[in-house]
Design a protein around this ligand. Structure first.
Ligand SMILES: Cc1cc2nc3c(=O)[nH]c(=O)nc-3n(C[C@H](O)[C@H](O)[C@H](O)COP(=O)(O)O)c2cc1C
Length: 497
């Protein structure tokens, strides 16, 4: 009897949704060949089981162990290509998700892997940087800085050693695309790091991965070993080593200079800039620190050309936005679409509205430092410039939807307390400002504050924005002040006259 091949994700989120339970239940079946893939990111459908058909993959969603007979009989599966949540996306960086085995070098190459690196190997470093410039790729970690500019500076700086560092700290609440890449398609990030290494003349790379990602860390170790064995870890005939370093659970260590301090074995404290890491970074050498998603975006650009990448998106935001939708929506998950759709369209078309009949109160985009949007503000296009104009950030693409049960004062206090806890302490506006702001919010909660305290909170926020050393202190006031502005009654009804 021939075995039927079934595909099941091994991604941490899929396992949390029950994928591992299925694998366990079906492990001893002699008639099933279980191939463990990555997840397509439609987490509301997990655990999702797929099998091949003449018309492409068929999927069974929210599967329980007892569903196996009908899957083997081929009853009830839907073509993956017709699942609206997936069909409406433009999957480029995430094209292999759910399809390939993450740690198979053969599968990676069979699906177009290494084409970017091979192209880069035929180009001069200056030509590689020109291609990235043509692509108009901006960093996906939060600051949205043009990638080519950093590469050009690092390439032009003379040094005995240069480094490439993948920022895998992924600290923003509600974001997980870096984790998915490291678990689900790690060679893509490694390929991006190698291309960067060749462009700037680096000899070594590091992946700084948050400790809370044990599975991603293990996958990275295995992927690096497999890449090494396959002879991929070299640039122009010289070895390019990649090491994985675990962070110690600090949010500010995602900030690139604090990350470098931590990587050098010191406490994660922000460095004053200039010099920027591209000039003087790890151990004082030119270093490109880029987000995992940024590196994973690069192979396609080299393989398909910068113009291809620049042809997608909006004027200032080219390529695809990788959004991670969470909170009180019906359909949470990972979405890759060209920049330009509005926030409301994303919530409606992909989130399919609110879960359990709840009512939307606010949407926070860009992690704990991101501004809050009310319903009336959701028609904003998803692109860096529109968000900057609205005093907001896209950050790492996290979108968290809050329902009308949310206490905005408590949310504000929680966010400010988070910053007070996570501040590295180097600059006074962040270290003291976040503490004082949290105290004011607690006074409001206790019914002890006056209007003067709210005015002080706004003034303190302005000072933090203008004078903090890094984005932690500078961005911390935005969600709080936007909550105060948009939900004034929730604050003002609790102050003494
Ligand atoms: C408080 C704080 C936390 C940050 N956390 C991260 C993070 O977890 N991952 C990340 O890629 N960038 C993070 N950044 C942004 C980095 O400083 C830096 O801009 C980024 O790694 C550069 O990569 P990119 O050009 O690919 O975006 C953070 C910034 C700040 C201020």
């Amino acid at each position: 009897m021939s075995r039927i091949r079934l595909y099941l994700s091994k991604d941490t989120s899929s396992c949390a949704a029950g994928a591992e339970r299925l694998a366990e239940a079906w492990r001893s079946r002699f008639d099933v060949e279980l191939v463990r893939t990555s997840s397509r990111g439609a987490f509301f459908l997990e655990p999702m089981v797929e099998r091949d058909s003449p018309d492409g993959r068929l999927a069974w969603c929210q599967v329980a162990p007892a569903d196996l007979p009908r899957i083997l009989a081929g009853n009830g599966g839907v073509p993956v290509s017709t699942i609206p949540f997936l069909a409406k996306q433009a999957r480029h960086t995430f094209a292999s998700f759910g399809v390939t085995e993450p740690l198979s070098t053969a599968a990676y190459q069979a699906h177009g892997g290494l084409a970017g690196l091979r192209a880069a190997q035929q180009m001069s470093p200056a030509a590689i940087i020109q291609e990235i410039k043509t692509s108009r790729l901006r960093g996906r970690g939060g600051a949205a800085f043009p990638v080519w500019k950093k590469w050009e500076v690092a390439a032009a700086t003379t040094a005995d050693r240069k480094y490439v560092v993948a920022n895998a700290d992924e600290g923003d609440a509600g974001t997980y695309c870096d984790r998915m890449i490291m678990e689900g398609d790690p060679f893509r990030m490694i390929e991006g790091m190698l291309i960067c290494g060749r462009a700037i003349g680096a000899q070594a790379g590091y992946v700084y991965c948050r400790q809370e990602y044990p599975t991603a860390t293990a996958c990275l170790h295995d992927a690096i070993q497999a890449a090494e064995a396959a002879g991929w870890l070299e640039i122009d005939g010289r070895r390019f080593s990649i090491a994985v370093v675990s962070g110690a659970g600090s949010y500010v260590c995602g900030e690139e200079t604090a990350l470098l301090e931590s990587l050098e074995g010191r406490r994660g404290v922000v460095r004053a800039r200039p010099p920027h890491p591209a000039q003087s970074g790890l151990y004082g050498r030119p270093t490109i620190v880029s987000n995992v998603l940024t590196f994973a975006t690069i192979p396609n650009i080299l393989a398909r050309g910068g113009a291809w990448h620049a042809s997608m998106g909006t004027e200032g935001s080219r390529g695809t936005a990788v959004l991670q939708l969470g909170g009180r929506v019906k359909q949470p998950g990972l979405i890759e679409i060209p920049f330009g759709l509005t926030l409301r369209e994303v919530l409606d078309q992909f989130g399919q509205g609110m879960a359990d009949g709840a009512r939307l109160k606010a949407v926070q985009v860009g992690g704990p430092l991101g501004s809050l949007f009310m319903d009336a503000q959701l028609d904003i296009p998803i692109c860096f410039d529109a968000f900057a104009k609205a005093d907001a950030i896209l950050g790492h693409g996290g979108i968290v939807v809050f329902d009308d049960e949310t206490d905005m004062l408590e949310l504000s206090r929680h966010l400010m307390a988070f910053v007070a806890d996570e501040s590295c302490g180097k600059c006074v506006p962040c270290r003291i400002g976040s503490l004082r702001a949290r105290e004011i919010l607690e006074t409001v909660q206790a019914g002890q504050a006056t209007e003067t305290d709210l005015a002080l909170l706004a003034e303190l926020g302005d000072t933090m924005k203008a004078t903090s050393l890094c984005g932690l202190g500078a961005r911390a006031p935005y969600p709080v002040l936007s909550a105060l502005e948009q939900f004034p009654v929730e604050f003002r009804s609790r102050v003494r006259s």
